[in-house]
Design a protein around this ligand. Structure first.
Ligand SMILES: Nc1ncnc2c1ncn2[C@@H]1O[C@H](COP(=O)(O)OP(=O)(O)O)[C@@H](O)[C@H]1O
Ligand SMILES: [Mg+2]
Length: 288
């Protein structure tokens, strides 16, 4: 996806074209308006067309009258890897939870393949192909790896062996240790269990909330590699990350969320190189 800059918009037609020239003579030049630069909202509206999942002007919060999301926009096209970064408390987790029916949306809409899924329950969203890995408490520690995977497939138990084989092809450790309790695993292994569990329903879009949080740099790297592998199998991924630089390196497109709304958006590379984004959001955050 390319980010539409105002410079990509149609400019003045070539005066060498006589037809254009003739039609131009009738126009009072003083009434011609300069092309106005596209606003973030206009860019969203233009680029989100046909997206697999999109959120428009989401307003949501935990208590009546206290909104955490203030008209946040987001979209992901099929097969895209999309990142969300931003300061602590910006509403990143709230945004993912709102997409997954865990925080009430007061206004705005979420659509999946152009079907309105605003405020559907999480189980209904799972059935429609949305997977979610929360930031905390994302495994059942007293259950084995295999039982965690069964929980992931509870809506479609018949698919268990086939899906488990697929998940194990991505995360071989989960197969080797299938009888081990999730609570006895390292933090990195637990993240694999959490992602594996969400993949058991063969989601078309996977929402990941800070999968690298609390891990050593080496394990963080492994998580990012795994996320790319999951994406390479065709799963659209929306990932929230505290490791902002690393996140922008791996994503196709990113959003900087601040105070519940989009502050910046663009390709991962363009955001990582944007002086304002660097100054405001990357300066003191994790180095690579
Ligand atoms: N369960 C909750 N109940 C009430 N307020 C919450 C809850 N979770 C988060 N908040 C508030 O919502 C705001 C955004 O939080 P969050 O979405 O977790 O931010 P981020 O993930 O960007 O750090 C914060 O002010 C936080 O205190
Ligand atoms: Mg969070």
């Amino acid at each position: 996806m390319t980010f539409t800059e105002p410079s990509d918009l149609p400019t003045e037609d070539s005066p060498d074209d006589p037809a254009v020239f003739e039609s131009d003579i009738d126009i009072n030049a003083s009434q011609r308006s300069e092309p106005t630069p596209a606003t973030p909202e206009q860019i969203h509206a233009a680029q989100a067309v046909g997206a697999l999942i999109r959120a428009d002007k989401l307003v949501a919060g935990y208590f009546p009258g206290v909104n955490i999301l203030n008209e946040a926009d987001l979209y992901a096209h099929e097969g895209e890897l999309v990142g969300i970064i931003g300061p602590n408390g910006a509403g990143k987790s709230t945004l993912l939870k709102a997409l997954f029916g865990l925080v009430h949306i007061n206004s705005g809409s979420v659509t999946l393949r152009e079907e309105d899924i605003t405020n559907l329950r999480a189980d209904q969203l799972v059935r429609r192909g949305v997977g979610f890995v929360p930031q905390n408490n994302n495994v059942f520690p007293s259950l084995t790896i295999e039982e965690n995977m069964q929980m992931g497939a509870y809506q479609d138990p018949k698919s268990f062996s086939m899906r488990f084989d697929e998940v194990v092809s991505l995360f071989p450790t989960l197969g080797e240790r299938r009888k081990q309790r999730a609570g006895s695993l390292s933090g990195g292994e637990r993240q694999m269990v959490a992602m594996g569990r969400a993949l058991m329903m063969n989601p078309s879009v996977l929402l990941l909330d800070e999968p690298s949080a609390g891990l050593s740099p080496a394990l963080q790297d492994e998580v990012f590699v795994r996320v790319r592998e999951i994406n390479a199998t065709g799963v659209t991924v929306i990932i929230v990350e505290q490791n902002a630089r690393r996140c922008l390196q791996i994503v196709d497109r990113g959003y900087v969320l601040d105070q519940g709304k989009n502050a910046y958006t663009g390709t991962g590379q363009s955001l990582a190189n944007d002086p304002k984004v660097i100054e405001l959001y990357l300066g003191t955050l994790a180095k690579v």
